[in-house]
Write a protein that binds this ligand. Structure first.
Ligand code: ADP
Length: 216
């Protein structure tokens, strides 16, 4: 027989574990050059989250000349997606290394439906889920202008060539845009106008996030 005290503590433990499922897990979504990275750095400050950018993780692997980096480079240089198995493995490793956070901002991930499903499964295994996907919308010509400008300071070769940029936009439209639809099925996807100044776009994003958090 369970004593009243153990019943209480059992209940208390359960409520504590439910609390963990209230982490804030955001997906910052949108085509290359839509401002995901810029906005993520501001959002992590406001909501105290861990920013995970698969693009940054790949560039770090490339910088360290690891086998994963060398493989990723051959795709990134052409503006193609790195294969799902490589990307998902790298992402999982980063999440596993940082379990004690208030939540995550995924930037540049998921970029395919299998990546989205892998993320959902991974979060579900620890009693969590995606809170909201925010899709930044920016005109194609604005994207090209922004990325060519970024190339002048970033040193990123995938930003320096207009053909590669246009290929990345095509890959986004063909393989990635459907991911927003996947989260729309569970009413967790919103579009946000990404045109305008950084603060203006930040205001639109936080308005959507705060609206969702109130109802969580
Ligand atoms: P951007 O959003 O400006 O394209 P990123 O830094 O997010 O920049 O990505 C750069 C490149 O890294 C992509 O073009 C792609 O080749 C690769 N990459 C990043 N994230 C992923 C991912 N989730 N799946 C596959 N490839 C990825």
């Amino acid at each position: 027989m369970l004593s009243l005290r153990s019943l209480f503590s059992k209940f208390f433990k359960n409520t504590t574990s439910t609390k963990k499922s209230a982490m804030i897990n955001l997906i910052l979504f949108g085509p290359p050059g839509s401002g995901k990275g810029t906005q993520a750095t501001h959002l992590v400050d406001k909501y105290n989250l861990l920013h995970i950018s698969t693009g940054d993780l790949f560039r770090s692997e490339i910088g360290n000349k690891t086998p994963l980096g060398l493989e990723a480079k051959s795709y990134i240089d052409k503006g193609e997606l790195v294969p799902d198995s490589v990307t998902i493995g790298m992402l999982k490793k980063k999440v596993d290394e940082n379990p004690d956070v208030k939540g995550y901002i995924f930037d540049g991930f998921p970029r395919t439906i299998p990546q989205a499903k892998a993320l959902d499964t991974m979060l579900r295994e620890s009693g969590q889920s995606v809170t909201l996907l925010l899709a930044l919308q920016v005109d194609e010509e604005e994207i090209v202008t922004r990325l060519l400008n970024r190339a002048k300071t970033s040193g990123r070769s995938d930003d320096a060539d207009e053909n590669i940029i246009r290929n990345r936009i095509q890959v986004y439209l063909q393989n990635t845009a459907v991911v927003a639809g996947h989260y729309a099925e569970s009413d967790k996807s919103v579009t946000v106008n990404g045109m305008g100044g950084i603060e203006e776009v930040f205001g639109r994003l936080t308005a959507e996030i705060d609206k969702t958090l109130v109802h969580q």
